[in-house]
Design a protein around this ligand. Structure first.
Ligand code: SD4
Length: 340
């Protein structure tokens, strides 16, 4: 396998005994994560590494892939991340509205929440929607009330007052102030986390505060099943990060999984999906979208367009940060996932 210059490994620590946890010692190594290693955990962005470690801990303790997904994403939602959880960027009215989704391969189950205010862990709400209601998706106040009924951790919300203040301010101004427009640049920190469990089952989750400065009520790709996340127990799983509007119009993660179903390696499927989106989208390769994917065979891959994208790959033998291959001006990194 060709190793790119931009590819780097931050830690490689063997886990020799079941239950022993990796201690991530920074080490320069090109040790690959071989295809077929189980469990396999892949998540977006370098901060995904801490989430992956928590997910691995769950799996090593005998937990299910779904538990690993939830526990991993909980870490990011608690980490003060500027794009995930209550620490995330607010909307134009100054209110943080959260989106999240979760999917379990067995039974093809899914749950999601959108526009959720004041709840610390949207991924846990999404899981409870999946497991405790006959529905797939709850939004806004209904989602919040459901979370409160479930006893999930919350903070007071003051969105009505803030929204009214924002509305008055806008009305007083001739043109909307610059700050009320969504700002796509530098906003891309959603966590999507995919797990292939030791028993070969698949699960995935996604959590975000979405596009900072978005219009109140705007929902992105992350909670939309098939857009920001898709898991198919027969094939594999995919997740997205980036500008949701450029994912959800193409059912991006569903598309990646369907391309894998046709036999593509996860890296090739991510690239093919991005090329297809870029062909149709007025922004071309400037769409600011990245995909990650894993398949049932334990292969992983990624692709990016319009944003430099590094992601985290974890097994019991290694935890690596990998730079994604891209389309357009980002065609540089050749690694393209594990092919061996
Ligand atoms: C959204 N896709 O709401 C999310 C934002 C994101 O990395 O992924 N940022 O559009």
């Amino acid at each position: 396998m060709k190793t790119s210059r931009r590819q780097f490994v931050t830690a490689t620590t063997l886990v020799t005994a079941a239950g022993a946890l990796p201690t991530w010692a920074a080490a320069e190594s090109a040790a690959p994560v071989n295809a077929g290693e189980k469990p396999l955990i892949v998540s977006t962005w370098p901060f995904g590494q801490a989430a992956n470690a928590a997910a691995l801990k769950v799996l090593l303790a005998g937990g299910a892939a779904l538990d690993a997904v939830e526990q991993g994403i909980l870490v990011t939602e608690s980490a003060g991340n500027p794009s995930v959880g209550l620490s995330g960027g607010p909307n134009a009215a100054g209110v943080v509205q959260l989106d999240a989704s979760i999917m379990s391969g067995p039974g093809h189950r899914a749950g999601s929440v959108a526009g959720l205010e004041g709840i610390k862990h949207p991924i846990s709400v999404a899981r409870r929607v999946m497991e405790k209601t006959p529905h797939v998706m709850l939004v806004g106040e209904g989602a919040r009330l459901f979370a409160l009924e479930e006893g999930l951790e919350s903070v007071p919300v003051d969105s009505a007052e803030r929204h009214e203040a924002w509305r008055r301010k806008r009305a007083a101004e001739k043109a909307p102030p610059a700050g009320t427009q969504p700002r796509p640049a530098g906003n891309h920190d959603t966590i999507a986390l995919l797990v292939l469990g030791p028993d070969g089952t698949l699960a995935g989750g996604c959590s975000t505060s979405g596009w900072s400065g978005k219009l109140p009520g705007r929902v992105g790709d992350s909670p939309i099943i098939g857009s920001g996340l898709y898991v198919d127990e027969e094939v594999g799983a995919a997740g997205a990060t980036g500008l949701g509007e450029n994912v959800m119009r193409y059912c991006g993660s569903f598309l990646v999984v369907e391309l894998m179903r046709q036999g593509m390696h996860p890296a090739d499927a991510c690239l093919a999906a991005l090329r297809r989106i870029a062909r149709q989208d007025p922004k071309g390769a400037g769409i600011s979208v990245s995909f990650i994917a894993i398949d049932k065979a334990g292969r992983y891959g990624s692709a990016t367009a319009g944003q430099v994208f590094d992601y985290a790959v974890t097994t019991t033998s290694a935890s690596r940060l990998v730079s994604s291959p891209g389309i357009g001006p980002l065609t540089v990194v050749p690694e393209g996932g594990n092919r061996r």
